[in-house]
Every structure is written in C-alpha cells, then in structure tokens.
Design a protein around this ligand. Structure first.
Ligand code: FMN
Length: 465
C-alpha cells in the first residue's frame, strides 16, 4: 500500500533540543559547535530565522525530564557529556521563537506525566495564539526512571499503562481544545456588555481514572485549536496510539525497507481506527555529511568520528531491565525484557540479519546507520529512495548548531529544489494548513467527536452575570 506519488516536495524539520548534546554526542567540543550556548535565546532565534529563510517546515524540539539509565546509579557520564543535562524547557522557548518568526512551524515535546493536562492545554493554546497557529506537540510517554521520579512516581510506569495514561491525557486536552468553546463564543459586544457568550462556553466535566477536569478551557479557540500532533512511539502499542492520534510520526528506521514496513503497518492501523492513510505524515530521522566531492565528505566524516563520544552514545542508548539496571552492551537483544524503548530494539533486531544483534548495536545504529555521507546529488538520490518507501519528510539531525543546518540549506536544498523535492515557498497560514491544507483536525480524528459535545450537558448559564 504505497500512497506516495513522486515528485512531491519532502517536508523538512530541524530536529533540535534545548541542550548541549542531543544525539551526536561529543560534537559539542568542536570549535564551531554553537549548541554549548543553548541558554542564550539568540542561539535559537538566529537558528529559527536561518531555518525560515531556507523554508524548513518546522523546528522540532525534543525533550526529556530526567537523565537516562539506572536512576540509582552514578549519572556523571550524562553530566560530563552535557548529554541532555543541562537542558532548558522547550515549551517556554517557543514563545520567543514565535515572535521572531512568521512562517516556520514550532514543535515542542511534552511528556504526559510532566504537566497536568488542564495547565498544558492552556499553555499550548496560548502559544498557538502567539504564533498564529504554528504550534505542534510531540506526545511522549517517557523512557526514564529518573524522569518519572522527578514527578513523584516510584519509577517509569509500565509500557502498556503509559499508553493508557496518554490516551486519557490526550482525551482531556481534546475536550478542552475542541469542545469547550464554540467557534463564535467570543463576541466582544461592548454595547451589550458581553465579552463572550456564556451559552457557547462549556464545562467539559471530565472524570476519568487519572484526571478530573471541570473546565471550561480558559483560552478562546486558537487558530488550530488542537496543535498539530506529533508522536514517535514505534512499538505495537506506540503505533496504535500514533494511528489513532498522530498527524506526523517520527521514525528512525535503519533502511528504507524497514521504514516502508513501519509506515504501512501504522497506516493500516490508522484505517482500522477510521482515519485516512494520508492523515499521517512520516518523518525519517537522518543526519548528513555533505561534501562538494565524495572525498571531502569522507574527510568531514573522519572529523566527526574523531569527536564522537563512544561513552555518550552508549549512555544515551542505555536500556534498563525490569529492576531498572542497565543492560551491559554485549547483551543479545532477544534477551531484553525492557520497559523503555521497545520499538527501537524491535526494529534494530530486524535490521541485523547476519549475526546476533546486541544492546551496543542500538547505540551504533543511531550513530552510523542513519547518516548519509556524500555530495548534494548523492544525498538527493538517497532521499528519493526514502521517499519511494513512503516517507513524507525528514527530521534533519544536527552535528553542530547552526552549521549543520546552514550547510543543508546552502548545499542540499538547492539540488532538492531542482528535482522538485523541496518546497520553494511557504503556504500561508497555520502549520496544519501548510501540511494538510486545513486549519483544524478532520472529522475522522478522535478529537473531533468533542465539537459541540458539551453544549447540552450543562444548565443554561444566566447571561450578563
Ligand atoms: C525520532 C524520535 C524522537 C523522539 N523524541 C523523544 C523526546 O523528545 N522525548 C522523549 O521522551 N521520547 C522521545 N522519543 C521516544 C518515543 O516517544 C517513545 O517514548 C519511545 O520510542 C518508546 O515508545 P515505543 O516503545 O512505543 O517505541 C523519540 C523517539 C523517536 C523515534
């Protein structure tokens, strides 16, 4: 079931994190690495403007709320490496980026246990207002014991339970975003002394297993109402969640064939959930080593390799057993019984067929398999292969900020544009308008069931109070 017809422009997200060492560990030591200055808001404003000039679709901030690995063990490797600690909150940063840009999408990551859904829904509605509808939310369920303990949980909640939690969490936010305020509730009637019409502002009265939220939502409807929904789980339950909720799914498939399987499987699940296959766009994460010649690209690769931190990659990929202890790197993947990133290990196991895949392969895969080394023309050829496998967009993973994105914009995007593989202008309007040609979620999305759903449930509110 391939739904793609080339040539279609691919979408491009700049994958970043409000920290020093996000994915390519050790590179912060390069003299041209601007990510060491991540606390300086101008680092991000300048990058956002560079990306916007290059017509990137969105700037996508990853986030975690703790350190990886064994929560009871020494965590100095993460601190030494600057590996996602220290980090600043991406959601707050988006306010500054929204007022410094006009077109580019702004995506933040927020875990379902880090913030109450009422508070979180209000923050994202506010950002969607500030940005004119350019906000996306990457819905994550957590992978860390330490991150869970920072929010009062004893440890990372069980995998299936995390997705059940996420299901209730998004349900609360959908009710607030889609159902609480009617479209024409704000009247600004000066003569009649009515700012909003009480008959059109509804409590949601959500009572569930984990949350009880009365409403109404405090912000009025924002341009997108529900922000564009990103998700990145790749296990079976992660794909079910994505199939039901996500509009963009992030994958880090080891090759186009695996991407094709993952995409087709998630699209099939989306159809089962009553959605259209094209309601979800798939973004493959890749990094690029770009040279005018192959030799130059190889020289640059050797330089990146020199800075690469083996300790950093292994510490980032650390998988823990049911007691929270880190599995040694040589553990066969088939022996894993892990509650954390299941989807990753499943797909690595599929990618390695000539020997027994082990835990260390997960670290090497993120370093080696998902980079494309070559001239802009060779890179464009590779991207065409990913597109032919059903990929709609690329999450560009950086080595250094802003250099990796500047190179991509100056050298690769022009070649892609010649081939019709990258957009030349922004579509005006919201992020959802740019990606899907509509401002609001389609009626087949589960959030849409709440439109108008609360109007009859309440006592009529006296007007003019
Ligand atoms: C490209 C990509 C980006 C991700 N970004 C984050 C992130 O920023 N924060 C986070 O907590 N998890 C992140 N994850 C992890 C997933 O959201 C998910 O929790 C993880 O893959 C485990 O779910 P699964 O077992 O269904 O695969 C990311 C995963 C991928 C593939």
């Amino acid at each position: 079931m391939s739904t793609h017809h080339s040539p279609q422009p691919l979408h491009f997200n700049a994958f970043v994190m409000n920290t020093t060492s996000h994915i390519h560990h050790g590179q912060w030591r390069r003299p041209d690495a601007g990510q060491t200055e991540f606390t300086d808001v101008n680092t991000w404003i300048n990058l956002a403007q560079t990306l916007e000039a290059a017509k990137f679709d969105a700037m996508f901030f990853a986030d975690v709320v703790g350190h990886y690995g064994d929560a009871d063990a020494d965590y100095s490797v993460y601190v030494n490496e600057g590996l996602q600690i220290p980090s600043n909150d991406p959601t707050v940063l988006l306010g500054a980026l929204a007022v410094s840009t006009e077109h580019i999408g702004l995506a933040t990551t927020s875990n379902v246990f880090q913030s109450h859904p009422f508070q979180f829904a209000r923050q994202l509605s506010t950002l969607d207002h500030i940005s004119g509808g350019r906000i996306a939310w990457n819905i994550v369920t957590g992978t860390q014991d330490n991150g869970s303990r920072n929010f009062g949980l004893p440890r990372l909640t069980d995998h299936a339970e995390r997705y059940a939690w996420a299901a209730e969490y998004v349900d609360v936010t959908y009710k607030l975003w889609e159902g609480s305020w009617d479209e024409d509730a704000v009247v600004k009637d000066r003569d009649g002394s009515r700012y909003s019409d009480p008959a059109k502002v509804h409590k949601i009265n959500h009572v569930g297993q984990r949350y009880s939220v009365e409403g109404p939502h405090l912000p009025p409807p924002s341009p997108q109402r529900t922000p564009l929904l990103y998700q990145a789980g790749s296990s079976a339950s992660g794909r079910d969640f994505a199939a039901r909720n996500a509009e963009a799914v992030f994958i880090i498939a080891a090759n186009p064939e695996i991407a094709r399987q993952q995409i087709e499987d998630t699209r099939r699940r989306a159809v089962e959930a009553g959605r259209a296959p094209e309601d979800i766009k798939f973004f493959q994460g890749l990094s690029f080593v770009i040279g005018e010649t192959e030799e130059e690209a190889q020289r640059k690769l050797a330089e990146y390799e020199q800075y690469a931190s083996v300790d950093g990659y292994l510490a980032h990929a650390a998988l823990v057993d049911p007691e929270g202890r880190v599995y040694p790197p040589e553990t066969p993947l088939k022996d894993l019984e892990t509650n954390t990133q299941r989807g990753f290990s499943e797909w690595v196991s599929k990618a390695i067929t000539d020997r027994e895949p082990v835990v260390a392969d997960i670290a090497w895969r993120s370093h080696r398999n998902n980079r494309i080394v070559g001239t802009p023309e060779q890179i464009a050829d590779h991207l065409q292969e990913w597109q032919a496998a059903g990929v709609d967009g690329i999450n560009v993973i950086n080595w250094v900020i802003p250099g990796s994105f500047e190179e991509f914009a100056d050298q690769v995007l022009p070649v892609l544009r010649e081939r019709g593989l990258a957009q030349t202008e922004y579509t005006l309007g919201t992020l959802r308008q740019k990606l899907f040609g509509r401002d609001r979620l389609p009626h087949t999305h589960p959030a849409a069931q709440y439109r108008g759903a609360f109007a009859d449930l309440e006592e009529s509110v006296p007007a003019g109070v």
